[in-house]
Write a protein that binds this ligand. Structure first.
Ligand code: SAM
Length: 328
């Protein structure tokens, strides 16, 4: 079992996109009220008094869409300045990245993952539920801005959905050849849009690798990530290709993370709803920090049990909360 030292922090559960596989338009989502969002001060107390003392040193800011949170740059600066922070990263859809990339970098962010599910503007707009002027170009400009500013590694995430964007695997993979960009292919999970999942299903990473191998060859990369991705490389490419295969493969034994939702619930496992702790509620009702720390320590200890052994308990096979609510 890995050391559990990585916390994914959802800054807000809302998003400016309506990705059909995540939070499709019309889905009945109940958002966290503004006053129930964890504040910057509360987040810092939780990090300094609870998570860091029990060994968490790596943090990722996500959502919803983290860049719609007005204090995102200050939050980055505050976490980057904690002496114990060994790694700080963000997952974003990049729509607001062009204007924020420089400030985020100056505030101390160095690693960024950007969701990019298609290189074709019309397919992209269809996936993100956009009917107006295309949003693809602004996202692409955000990616370029992150590249210019010097984010490294810069990772692009693609959720592969059969019949929607699976014809673009080679085009996405090709982006890793000339630039030090890392492309991550994610198997579609039945979280967020169970109907789309039942209708389309998912493509196994091995099938994607077969297509890439047939075109260019594929070597196992030299860098093994900290996370669940299996890393490969097109021979001679500057970047890498990662495959996150949570449907075709169980990587619970490698899982090193917990998730803090935008309303301050700590969740030990993405696919399991047992064991969650209401840390914000505890803070606001004056539970002593030492008690909260003890509860979190116990949950960290229990996590291996909670992981795949109980993978489906507490759910009906479709998950009650979307990635945007959990903090994907
Ligand atoms: N708004 C940001 C973004 O677009 O990257 C961060 C939040 S988003 C929920 C985080 C990641 O979750 C994205 O890479 C997204 O593609 C992934 N995701 C959401 N729903 C998913 C699903 N049903 N299956 C697989 N990945 C999913």
């Amino acid at each position: 079992m890995n050391a559990i030292d990585y916390l994914r922090i959802s800054l807000v559960d809302r998003c400016n996109f309506r990705c059909q596989y995540c939070m499709p338009e019309g889905a009945d989502l109940s958002y966290v009220l503004q006053q129930d969002l964890i504040t910057q001060d509360e987040l810092l107390v939780l990090l300094q008094e609870i998570f860091i003392p029990i060994g968490f040193t790596r943090f990722r800011l996500t959502g919803g869409e983290p860049l719609i949170r007005p204090d995102v740059v200050e939050i980055v600066r505050a976490i980057a300045n904690l002496p114990e922070t060994q790694d700080l990263s963000m997952t974003t859809n990049a729509f607001y990245l062009e204007k924020l990339a420089q400030s985020l970098y100056e505030a101390g962010l160095r690693r960024i993952n950007i969701s990019l599910d298609s290189l074709k503007p019309e397919v992209f707009d269809q996936i993100i539920g956009n009917r107006g002027r295309t949003r693809w170009q602004q996202v692409w400009d955000g990616i370029q801005a992150a590249h210019q500013v010097g984010f490294n590694p810069l990772k692009l995430n693609m959720v592969v959905i059969p019949g929607v964007n699976d014809s673009e695997i080679l085009d996405l993979a090709a982006l890793s050849i000339d630039r030090e960009w890392h492309i991550r292919f994610i198997e579609f999970m039945p979280i967020g849009n169970g109907d789309l999942f039942s209708d389309r299903g998912w493509v196994a990473s091995e099938e994607l690798r077969r297509q890439i191998r047939d075109r260019w060859g594929l070597t196992e990369g030299q860098v093994r990530g900290n996370g669940p991705a299996d890393i490969f490389q097109i021979p001679g490419a500057k970047g890498t290709l990662g495959f996150i295969s949570q449907m075709s493969e169980c990587f619970c034994d490698r899982c090193n993370r917990m998730r803090l939702s935008a309303d301050g619930w700590l969740r030990p496992c993405l696919l399991n709803e047992t064991g969650q702790i209401d840390l914000k509620g505890g803070l606001r009702s004056g539970v002593p920090l030492a008690d909260l720390r003890r509860q979190v320590r116990e949950l960290v200890f229990l996590k291996p049990e909670i992981n795949y052994k109980e993978r489906d308990s507490g759910t009906t096979g479709r998950y009650a909360r979307t990635m945007s609510q959990i903090g994907g």
